[in-house]
Each structure stands twice: as C-alpha cells, then as structure tokens.
Design a protein around this ligand. Structure first.
Ligand SMILES: Nc1nc2c(ncn2[C@@H]2O[C@H](COP(=O)(O)OP(=O)(O)OP(=O)(O)O)[C@@H](O)[C@H]2O)c(=O)[nH]1
Ligand SMILES: [Mg+2]
Length: 427
C-alpha cells in the first residue's frame, strides 16, 4: 500500500515556447525526462509559437486560457515551463491557471538537491538554490506591498515595515550564501592543493565528461575494477539523470607500469542553470585542468547530436578551452547493426561494459597522454644511489640490473625528466 503511494507520480503539464528553431522538440523531450527524474508524470504539453516570451505572462493571453483548460481537464496541480521565468511571469501564470508554476531552473535545482549526497554537492546546490530565491524574494514581497498600497491608498508606515522585512530577508539570505561559500572555498582549497601536487608529480589527468546518463561512471567503474590502485573504489552509476554530482578521481595503474588519473564528473543537460554552473565550477575544475577529455555520448539516443552540442556549450561556459578530446560513442550494443568496438582517429564506437571496448579506449588514451614519453637506458654509478631512488620514485622503471660499473635501468621518462637525467643515458 505504502509502495503504491510512493510510486504515485505527481501529474504535471509541460509548457513551452516554440521559437521555431530546430531543437525545440529535443528541448521538450529533455524537459519531460527532467520532470520524470523528479518523480513527476508529464500528462500533457501546451506549446505556443512565439519569437519571445510575453513579458508579463510568458504565453500570450489566449494560450494562458488554453493552459488553464488543460490544467482543469487533466486535474493537475502543477505546470512546468521550459524556460526560466521572471518572478512576475510566475506570479501571473499562477494567477491565470490557479496552480503552482515552476520553471526549468527550479526543476533542475530540485533534482540536484534530491541527489546531493556529499558535503560539497550539498553546499553547491544550496548556494545555487538561495541565489535563485534572492530576486524572487524581492518580488514576492512586492506583491504584498502592492496589495497594501492598492487596498488603502498605502500608508508610509506599512510600506516601510514591509521593505524593512524584505531587506532583512535579503540580507539574511545573502549572509547565508556568504557563509556557505566560505565553507565551500575551504574544501576547494584542499582540492586545489591536491591537484597542484599531482601536477608536480607529472601524472596525467584524464576527465570523463558529457551529457547526463551517457555512461561516464560505467566506464570509470569498469576501468577501476580492472586497473584501479584501489579496485573497490567504484562510483555510483544508475539509469537516471544526474546520478553523479561529484567529481571522483581514481588512479589507474596499467600492466606496463604506466599510470594516470581518471576523473568522473557531473553530467550536463541543456540550459543548466547559471547559478548551478557557477556553484559546480570547482567540481568541474578537474575537467578544466585535464590533459585529455573523454566525451561520452549515448549513441543509442536519437538526440545524441543535440546532446553533443549541449556538452560543447557547457564546456565553453565553464571555461574549458583547448584540451584534446576523444569522443566515445557509447551504448553501441543498443544500436541496431552498428559494429563495435570501432575506432577512427579520436572517434570510438564502444559498449562500456565490454572489455575489448575498454581496451580500445585505453589505447586511444595512452596515445594521447603518453606520446611525449621516451624510453631510455640509464647507467647510475654505485656512489649515486640517490639518483636510483629518485628514478624509482618519479619515473616508470621497466627493469633494473646491477652491472660492473653501476645500476643499469630501463626507464620511461617525460621530456623534463630526460633533461634532468640526460648525463646517465647510455642508450
Ligand atoms: N546498454 C548499455 N548500457 C549502458 C552502457 N554504458 C552505460 N550504460 C547504462 O546507462 C546508464 C547510465 O550510466 P552511468 O554510467 O551512470 O551514466 P553517467 O554518464 O555517469 O550519468 P550521470 O552521472 O547521470 O551524468 C546505466 O544504467 C548504465 O548501466 C552501454 O555501453 N550499453
Ligand atoms: Mg555518473
């Protein structure tokens, strides 16, 4: 009985402005997926062809009435709009339909809030939510002011009191945002230190990025299980939007003793709210500082091209510039008649759970990140033992042999290391 109640999804109506560009259908489909991800059921869609939203009511007057009819017919208590609305648009649409109206931004914030598990994710979402509330707070208070002024001609006393309360609320929220930011900054400073240390260690960082639900965490887990320094340290993967809200970094040690770091990041969706992008910038810093990006695409989704465009737009927004990228067209097993694994340059068609697919991806990754490594034989005189330990610590040592005049080692060096150990190189 309880199960049924829990399974019951709240019926909602979707509303969208068709600006008559190509991706409107995709946008509305995505909105429906987001709504479902938030435990709601989209029972109907109302759209209007308009170049830009009506500043007061989002839809034109007649369409607001049509929306109201749909609300009554389907007996829903909520409308979700595809665009972010101004506070007054929300207010007027609510008045016109008699039900709660939320926009895409509020919806995404809600999903993120329900998924956030760790301290960092919770802080980030809370900051974004408060920022979303801030301008809306002002207007909802204004409503009360308007009503007061309209009712009795408005007394300065009541107006003043209202404004003071509003100011207090605003200041309280701003203060809260400040405190949360401080807390977040402390954690982020730790992350930045860790990253800097890694850079000094010369270990390459590869970041999995892409649209939500494409299979990033699945790839991460498959590789961690096979090559992870700690093979138990897998991440959460699931068939849902925004399963991952955290960047996780794992060290992979390949059989030939090469290592690199792989990070799994939060998935993208179009029109990711600005506040959210800003809040998640630090989480995404892992991608921004990567040596190589692996974009994972759900090739079995008919909208995969739009999803790739969304990914490109989001990368631009978070300031990820010229980082080399491999594109993984994933879930090929779900596509009819598409052979896999296949590779053409930096484009790969794969199925993440499959080992030969993972091997093909690893090969492509290695070609990028290990291309400037050089294999050399060095001979270290016995009285310079510290050089041997330095090499053991910092370079990839393929073999060590004690010969007559010193320690002979076969090593793989970065260009910087080669400069430093040049005088010991014999081959
Ligand atoms: N059939 C098939 N399913 C896959 C493949 N790769 C991933 N999946 C499934 O797709 C769903 C999403 O996978 P995740 O790895 O969680 O996706 P993600 O990109 O990390 O998603 P977010 O964390 O939400 O951004 C899961 O149910 C996976 O089992 C694949 O190659 N083939
Ligand atoms: Mg994930």
């Amino acid at each position: 009985m309880i199960e049924n109640e829990m399974d019951e999804k709240r019926p909602v109506i979707l509303a969208g402005l068709d600006r008559q560009n190509d991706d409107f259908d995709y946008q509305m489909e995505e909105l429906a997926n987001l709504v479902e991800a938030n435990h709601m059921n989209p029972v109907s869609t109302v759209t209007q062809k308009l170049d830009r939203p009506n500043p007061g009511t989002y839809f034109g007057k007649g369409k607001v009435e049509a929306l109201k009819e749909a609300v009554d017919y389907y007996q829903v208590d909520m409308v979700v709009t595809n665009d972010e609305l101004t506070p007054s648009q929300i207010r007027n649409l609510e008045a016109g339909t008699g039900v709660t109206v939320i926009d895409r931004t509020a919806l995404i914030l809600d999903i993120f809030a329900s998924r956030a598990k760790t301290k960092v994710a919770k802080l980030q979402v809370e900051i974004a939510q408060l920022q979303y509330q801030l301008p809306r707070l002002r207007t909802s208070m204004n409503v009360r002011l308007d009503q007061q002024t309209g009712g009795n001609g408005g007394s300065f006393t009541s107006r003043g009191a209202g404004e003071t309360k509003l100011e207090m609320n605003r200041r309280h929220i701003e203060h809260q945002i400040g405190e949360l930011r401080k807390e977040l900054a402390e954690i982020e400073a730790d992350d930045a230190t860790r990253r800097a240390r890694r850079e000094k260690e010369n270990i390459k960082n590869v970041a999995l990025i892409g649209y939500t639900n494409a299979g990033k965490s699945t790839i991460m887990n498959a590789l961690v299980r096979r090559f992870g320094e700690n093979q138990e340290k897998t991440v959460f993967q699931a068939d849902m939007l925004f399963a991952t809200l955290e960047t996780s970094v794992r060290k992979l040690n390949l059989p030939d003793k090469q290592s690199f770091l792989l990070s799994d990041t939060v998935g993208f969706v179009s029109h990711l709210p600005h506040g959210l992008v800003a809040a998640f910038k630090a989480t995404l810093a892992e991608a921004a500082s990567a040596d190589l990006l692996v974009q994972v695409v759900d090739y079995s989704d008919p909208n995969y091209k739009e999803m790739m465009k969304t990914t490109a737009d989001t990368l631009k927004e978070i300031g990820v510039g010229d980082i080399p990228m491999i594109v993984v067209y994933n879930k090929a097993d779900k596509c009819d008649g598409v052979p896999y694994p296949e590779r053409e340059g930096d484009d790969l068609i794969l199925s993440a759970p499959e080992e030969s697919s993972q091997d093909m991806l690893l090969d492509a990754v290695r070609q990028h990140i290990f291309s400037d490594l050089i294999e050399k034989t060095v001979l270290i005189p016995f009285d310079q033992g510290q050089v041997v330990s330095e090499l053991n610590d910092q370079a990839t040592v393929l073999s060590t042999e004690y010969v007559e005049n010193g320690t002979q080692m076969q090593v793989v060096l970065t260009p910087t290391q080669l400069g430093r150990f040049e005088k010991y190189v014999i081959d």
